[in-house]
Design a protein around this ligand. Structure first.
Ligand SMILES: [Zn+2]
Length: 125
């Protein structure tokens, strides 16, 4: 794991501010987080490749919500891609096929594949 929790006061206090976000760099999922505490003058940040740790992802989901994507053929996210991005077990893949996959908007863009990311058509992102 590549979490970096550089807090120098042990428990987050009321003044603590957290930000977390995801983006796609060169076709790979990346997450970033920063923590700032004006009361203690502490700033820390971290990030890593791949799916965000749960506590980071929870913050992103709370702010941006999730998109439920179908999984598997013919129109869903390719299972091989889903497994590569998230490192899912077989059991998790089976569950995802049955119920769909809850992706954050940034993850959904990655999972939608190169076709969706291509700079053609009326895309405005
Ligand atoms: Zn604090």
């Amino acid at each position: 794991m590549d979490e970096q929790l550089g807090m120098s006061h042990c428990e987050p206090c009321e003044a603590c501010r957290f930000e977390a976000w995801q983006h796609v760099v060169d076709g790979r999922l990346r997450w970033e987080e920063s923590q700032y505490c004006p009361a203690y003058g502490v700033q820390a940040c971290g990030g890593g490749w791949g799916p965000a740790p749960d506590w980071v992802r929870e913050r992103i989901v709370a702010r941006e919500g999730t998109v439920r994507l179908p999984v598997g053929a013919p129109d869903g996210v390719p299972i091989a891609l889903l497994r590569r991005v998230y490192g899912l077990t077989i059991g998790e893949v089976v569950a995802a096929r049955a119920t769909g996959w809850e992706a954050t908007p940034v993850e959904a863009r990655l999972l939608a594949g190169p076709a969706a990311a291509a700079p053609s058509g009326p895309a405005d992102e």
